[in-house]
Ligand binder design. Sequence first.
Ligand SMILES: Nc1ncnc2c1ncn2[C@@H]1O[C@H](COP(=O)(O)OP(=O)(O)OP(=O)(O)O)[C@@H](O)[C@H]1O
Ligand SMILES: [Mg+2]
Length: 245
Amino acid sequence: MIRIEKIQKRYGERTVLSSTSLVFAEGQTTALIGPSGCGKSTLLRLIAGLIVPDSGRIFLGSEELTPENGETQRRRIGYVIQDGGLFPHLSAYENVVLLAKFLQHPASWVEERVRELAELVQLPESALERFPRELSGGQRQRVGLMRALMLDPKIILLDEPLGALDPITRSELQTQLKAIFATLGKTVVLVTHDMGEAAYFAETILLMRDGHVIQQGSLADLLERPAEPYVREFIRAQRSPLPQL
Ligand SMILES: Nc1ncnc2c1ncn2[C@@H]1O[C@H](COP(=O)(O)OP(=O)(O)OP(=O)(O)O)[C@@H](O)[C@H]1O
Ligand SMILES: [Mg+2]
């Protein structure tokens, strides 16, 4: 569903993504994990067509992503930006329905869909009338999720979508999202810092460091057949949530 061929991205002298080739299979969830600054968000932005690689090619299905078709391709993708990325001057509701309105979906369909999504992400309907600055961080993340799911895209890119949620909401939302991705056959790329979350969501885990992919495989692959000692080190550094009492 998503194929990346030898893409490179530099900012000035700095190589942020070194020649990277990857395939994300249709209907599968892949978790991107790795230390801060290793290039995870950059990789998502490239797939979303928001930035252009210095070299290499990206295919969504059979179509190559080009500056000309970026706009239409982007509509096939639901993208949850790391910090929510909501428009500050629009209410939560207006943020969620913006593209649907632009594409002239019927008002009754839009309203019904928003109600469905609010229930899914457990956002109180009163919160929808507020501006992003009047919402908590966790509420903003849920509005961002609603916006990304609104048009039921085939490809969903999630950049640390559940980071600001309390453990109970987070675990409930993990369960629901996983069920949605599985039943609707979504192709999902999810960035997380939590190996437990990565293993819960994803068939495939992709560990990155310094703009390189260190290993792509199942959790079992990473544990039992680490590509380099760093893989083991990274997994060991993930603490269990509570010390033994
Ligand atoms: N527009 C930009 N201009 C210059 N440097 C950038 C730009 N965007 C990202 N970078 C740099 O590229 C590197 C990778 O950034 P990226 O946002 O992809 O990291 P990340 O893996 O998502 O990190 P985090 O886990 O902290 O979100 C970082 O060193 C960052 O400072
Ligand atoms: Mg990031």
